[in-house]
Design a protein around this ligand. Structure first.
Ligand code: UD1
Length: 356
């Protein structure tokens, strides 16, 4: 029996980990034992506990409870806590997801102790080093033993960086999840009839008042022109920034709600006619759900979706947001073919078992 330590900490990682955790539990229980370590990067129930319950994730064996801090302080606290756990137990491998500070801390602690690192969602690049996630991605890929790339583009990025021998084209576990859970998600009748589903949480949008106001104004203009609402599940950081503004932007046409659960997000996607977001995960979920998407960033690591014509880079440009919203409203993209066969988790666990 081999033992693996899975490191999670932030909302999108709970979703990704569910696909792999269930595959280990249902298909490989006798060969692989998984322990879950939660760094505590996200801690509000709406950002963490709710996902564990809804996705039936095993309870974390360790919770470091690091909470919020500056990037350096947060990553350092995680690194120290993760290393202590790795020293106190024997693990044959460490599994990390995506590009958050929890990902980097887990990969770095393991690599320093000589424990093989398996990186799910490897090879993503926005080519914008000002994003903390881009730094986390590059470093985590360079520390990893096996790189599970969700798309051909990700494989290509890793080849360019000299890692062809470590790459496995696995497909995307988010597609696995969406296919599975959209059968369970119900229609939410309390949602507006016509709406844009919008989320904003990146620091370069929330912590820059001009950008934040311009995005909100663009969405407001769009809603006015389309005669619809903007459904706005709000990240705690975005709420704090809006609360502390003296010169508050107009939120007419907005329906602001608490952060949605995973199933809540799927239901909201099903009911919407357009998505506007700076989240990487929601860009993909929109595409998988047959909805067009305005990306509230100047670039994206999910370039396939833009190439497919299902997303546009609207950045924080007020008039572009409003114009593109009108153009893409109710426009259904083609079926996605770039993100694997919906069995990425099985391919990943098979490869882990072969190489561990
Ligand atoms: C983190 C990830 C980002 C991911 C996102 C998903 C990094 C660098 N960023 O960003 O890649 O897309 O998670 O949501 O790791 N806060 C709360 N309660 C919580 C969590 C956060 O109030 O449970 C507030 C705090 O004010 C905190 C701020 O949100 O300072 C930012 O949280 P943090 O985890 O640092 O980054 P995210 O923006 O959530």
């Amino acid at each position: 029996m081999k033992r693996i330590l899975t490191i999670v900490g932030a909302r999108p990682q709970f979703i990704k980990a569910a696909a792999i955790s269930h595959t280990i539990r249902d298909l490989h229980r006798s060969e692989l034992e998984e322990d879950l370590l939660h760094t505590g990067q996200h801690y509000d129930d709406a950002m963490s506990g709710n996902f564990f319950r809804e996705l039936d994730l095993p309870q974390a064996r360790y919770n470091l409870g690091v909470g919020s801090a500056s990037h350096g302080a947060q990553t350092a606290a995680m690194l120290k806590g993760v290393e202590e756990v790795m020293l106190s137990e024997h693990y044959d491998g460490v599994l990390v997801y995506g590009d958050t500070n929890s990902t980097l801390a887990g990969a770095l602690a393991a690599a320093k102790l000589g424990i093989p690192v398996y990186h799910v969602e490897a090879g993503l690049r926005s080519f914008n080093r000002a994003m903390p996630e881009e730094v986390n991605r590059v470093l985590t890929d360079h520390l990893s033993h096996r790189l599970f790339a969700p798309t051909e583009t990700a494989v290509e990025n890793l080849r360019h960086e000299g890692f062809a021998d470590r790459v496995v084209l696995s497909g995307d576990v988010m597609l696995d999840n969406l296919l599975h859970y959209s059968q369970i998600a119900t229609i939410d009748k309390s949602l507006p009839e016509r709406y844009i589903l919008a989320t904003i949480h990146r620091d370069f949008n929330t912590d820059n008042q001009d950008r934040l106001k311009s995005i909100l104004a663009g969405l407001c203009d769009a809603a006015e022109r389309l005669g619809c609402k903007v459904l706005f599940p709000i990240h705690p950081r975005t709420r704090h920034r809006l609360d502390s503004m003296t010169d508050k932007p107009s939120m007419e046409h907005f329906r602001t709600i608490e952060p949605l659960s995973y199933l809540g997000t799927l239901a909201a996607l099903r009911g919407c006619s357009l998505v506007a977001t700076d989240s990487g995960g929601l860009q993909k979920e929109a595409y998988f759900s047959g909805r067009s998407c305005l990306v509230l960033r100047p670039e994206t690591e999910w370039s396939e979706i833009v190439t497919a014509g299902a997303a546009v880079l609207a950045d924080a440009d007020r008039s572009r947001i409003a114009d593109e919203a009108c153009r893409l409203w109710n426009k259904r993209p083609k079926e996605p073919s770039e993100f694997g066969d919906g069995h990425a988790a099985e391919h990943i666990v098979d490869e882990i078992l072969r190489s561990i």
